[in-house]
Design a protein around this ligand. Sequence first.
Ligand code: SF4
Ligand code: SF4
Length: 342
Amino acid sequence: MSIFTPELLDRCISCGFCLPACPTYGLTGVETSSPRGRINLMRALETGVLEDDDATVLEESSFCLGCRACEPVCPAGVQYGALLEEWRDHAWKGRRRPWRVRPLLWAVNRPWRVRLLGRFRRHARAKPEAGTATLMLGCFERVLYPKVSRSARAVDEGLCAPAGQGCCGALHAHNGELERGQELARELGDALPGTIVTTSGGCAAHLAGVLGRERVKELSEWLHGTYAPPSRSALRIGLQDSCHLRNGLGVWREPRELIARFGEYVELPSAAACCGAAGTYAIVRPDDSARVLDRHLDEIAEADLDVLVVVNPGCYRQLEQGIKRRGLRTRVLHLAELLAGE
Ligand code: SF4
Ligand code: SF4
């Protein structure tokens, strides 16, 4: 039985254009830690040249950030993100799944557990209404950053935020439970009819992949045509892209243009590169995650930003903690919070 979809695995022509875009190759300079090297490992796994428990195969399946920076630069159209999901679905079965990921998957596996996470959110009571766009309430965002969806509703009062929402399944799909991840996305799509607006780039890309691009709008896309700030501030504001939003859905202009309407937009050299949060990566591989984050912190310090904007809860936590550790003055805000004047 195939581990990988053959058309996905066959597409790579080994040109190496992806190597300079890959953060883990940038850290190590080692071919097996590059997209091309990992695709060769997948091929060796598929043909039985390497065993499932081969140490390099297991190490590389986890060292990869899953940032998909290798996709937009690939002339052959390799869908690396889809390959990685299939790889982990095979490689991270049972005891081989990183133990730090297991409680997180358990917590968001049932809609009632996810609802419990958000039980104190007074603004999330509405039922879905026909013809109204619904705001998706991310699982961890509702615990760590409940102000984000409150701010999104303050910016667009027409958004309805039903409380009875489950998880979108991105966490499962990226951590070795691909089928469950797709099932959760379909359940959420049934629970939230019409357009789903999300404040998380990672959730947006996963949901769009399962439900279809036309069903899903990330907040910056949603507000782009309508938002006008009440006044312009003098703040110097940078942005950290969400990898899956940029590399998976091609959304990167919209948040920049919204920020530029609000204040002085400062493009950081590494704004488009992964910050090391990468879903569960910061939990599973904290040391590598910190190494990936370092150059971002150097650039934020150098630019002396007032605000750094994020469009994904994982990046929010990663940058907030890193900035605090370095003692920088820059404040981290989600785009929704910035536009709501927080
Ligand atoms: S750029 Fe694409 S085709 Fe070329 S080596 Fe990388 S994944 Fe393969
Ligand atoms: S997903 Fe990111 S870390 Fe993984 S191979 Fe592609 S560019 Fe490198």
